[in-house]
Design a protein around this ligand. Structure first.
Ligand code: ADP
Length: 304
């Protein structure tokens, strides 16, 4: 299936006048030719060649100033699947994840080498609006971080900023439904989001991410601050969410990667402390028949 992707410049089309430079994914408008950036290097198919690709990383390196935290990673992320990034602490998983929605741009001195294609468009090309990128590619963090506002206003926050003019009550309700939180909060929407339990707060953050209708949800160790029951709920929720979204999750919990993901990428660190990709495969394959001794050592607890 082809997903048509365009990068618009202001004034180029009627839509662009209202939207500022933006990425538009017109999934329904099949047949329009995608505008693709010049790319370098061959993409590495790994095991996802039969799936529709959302992200295609081509020799991606991530730097903080002179320090290279991630070295020349090539991988693909498949649509409507859960891709887990695992590896020892400090090998660059979070850095890599943050590069998927240009979150690292907010860090002084952070820059990348190589390319990330998102539906075929170079995410870091001139004219791509990072704010729009972050709307399409939402993020949920390690520690639940609801705003000091009501449950309702937490969910309505993003749509309001984006100028949403539809029925906000419906949008809030459907977002909370999709985050499996509605039944627990429907009678207390005006209460502060911070008064919820940790697991509920994390689902509220997921509802907040969903409310702006993203395409991808990035999750950076979303369960590390949660108890096992709340963790299981988030994992069940991820399973439901992948029907509509593509999910990339960083987890230090290998059981979680094994239980919850479709694909797993194992990263480790070289002598230069730069993280690199050892292998990526179907999760079941990576955990039962890893190709690399490094992976085997890591998943059997001999390293990391
Ligand atoms: P992981 O998520 O695998 O634990 P990180 O992506 O957090 O790894 O970190 C990878 C490397 O990048 C580490 O050496 C870390 O110290 C460094 N790093 C992370 N964030 C920053 C930052 N904001 N500035 C400078 N170095 C950073």
């Amino acid at each position: 299936m082809t997903v048509n992707t365009e990068i618009d410049s202001p004034g180029k089309t009627e839509t662009a006048v209202q939207e500022t430079p933006t990425i538009r994914i017109a999934q329904e408008a099949a047949g329009t030719e995608a505008i693709r950036q010049e790319t370098t290097g061959e993409s590495v198919p790994f095991h996802v060649e039969d799936e529709e690709t959302v992200f295609d990383l081509r020799e991606l390196s991530c730097y903080y100033g002179d320090f290279r935290a991630v070295r020349e990673i090539s991988l693909r992320v498949a649509r409507n699947k859960i891709t887990a990034l695992i590896g020892p602490s400090g090998c660059g998983k979070s850095t890599l994840l943050r590069s998927f929605n240009r979150m690292n741009d907010l860090i002084d001195g952070a820059h990348i080498g190589g390319e990330i294609l998102y539906h075929g468009v170079n995410l870091y090309a001139d004219g791509v609006d990072p704010v729009e990128v972050r709307r399409r590619i939402g993020m949920v963090f390690q520690k639940p971080n609801p705003f000091p506002k009501s449950i309702y206003d937490n969910v309505a926050f993003g749509p309001r900023i984006a100028g949403f003019r539809g029925n906000m009550d419906e949008l809030v309700e459907s977002s909370l439904h999709r985050a499996a939180l509605w039944d627990e909060v429907k009678d207390k929407l005006r209460q502060p989001g911070t008064a919820l339990s940790g697991g509920q707060q994390q689902r509220l953050c997921i509802a907040r991410a969903i409310a702006v209708e993203p395409d991808v949800i990035l999750m950076d160790e979303p369960c590390s601050a949660l108890d096992p029951i709340a963790t299981l709920k988030i994992e069940e929720l991820m399973h439901e969410l992948k029907e509509n979204y593509t999910i990339v999750i960083v987890t230090h919990n290998m059981q979680q990667a094994a239980r919850a993901s479709d694909y797993t990428a194992f990263l480790t660190m070289g002598d230069d402390r730069a993280g690199y990709l050892v292998e990526m495969a179907h999760t079941a394959t990576l955990f039962t028949r890893p190709e690399s001794k490094l992976t085997e050592d890591y998943i059997t607890g001999r390293f990391g």
